[in-house]
Design a protein around this ligand. Structure first.
Ligand code: URA
Ligand code: SF4
Length: 199
């Protein structure tokens, strides 16, 4: 698919998300956060879902966790505009967590984004994104302690890709002892991405 038709398909999907009421989170959102980045990105980054700032601005990772993510991207030698950035959940999560039903309702949007973009690698931030994505490709999620920084190989009939689970940047804001671990993980991820010639 050409970049242009990927852009068109993403735009159509964005419009569906804009008016979505498939779960009750539509009632408390201000702006759905669809995601942003180049339609032909080779790398996708997937978080949990919008917080306050993201809900207000309609853009992913623009609050406190996003600030720390910017620092981590820098450690890896990545620029935001090299990535397509989105979340499993598209509407504001008042309790910062999503129920199984909500994930079931919303994840088809992420599935379609992956189908359109066809990334070569997905960085999964935090437990929910990591376990959803590994599960989707028939791989077995483990604890984040075991998974973080590991490169998983996934394949389906239409694509092969790699999935790298990482601690969520917000977890370092809650638990400062994770901060150095995250910075080190992202440095190593940057080296790995260069080895794989993805950046
Ligand atoms: N946390 C997430 O998981 N996603 C965002 O977009 C912001 C904070
Ligand atoms: Fe729809 Fe997802 Fe928002 Fe629920 S969270 S209303 S499924 S876009």
């Amino acid at each position: 698919m050409s970049e242009k038709s990927k852009e068109t398909e993403l735009e159509n999907l964005r419009r569906r998300v804009q008016r979505c009421r498939r779960c009750e989170l539509w009632k408390t959102r201000r702006n759905p956060v669809f995601g942003e980045g180049p339609a032909n990105a080779r790398i996708m980054l997937v978080g949990l879902g919008p917080g306050r700032q993201e809900d207000l601005q309609g853009r992913p990772f623009v609050g406190a966790a996003g600030k720390f993510l910017d620092r981590l991207l820098e450690e890896a030698g990545l620029r935001r505009d090299q990535l397509y950035i989105t979340n499993v959940m598209k509407c504001y999560l008042p309790d910062n967590r999503a129920s199984e039903d909500q994930v079931r309702a919303c994840s088809p949007y992420l599935d379609q984004q992956i189908e359109i973009i066809q990334p070569e690698l997905i960085i999964a931030l935090g437990n929910l994104a990591a376990s959803y994505l590994l599960g989707k490709f028939g791989l077995k999620p483990e604890s984040m302690e075991k998974m973080h920084g590991k490169v998983y190989e996934a394949s389906t009939l239409i694509l092969t890709l790699r999935i790298v689970p990482m601690y969520h940047p917000a977890s370092a804001l809650r638990n400062p002892s994770l901060r150095d671990r995250l910075i080190e993980d992202w440095r190593e991820l940057g080296a790995r991405l260069r080895e794989l010639k993805l950046i």
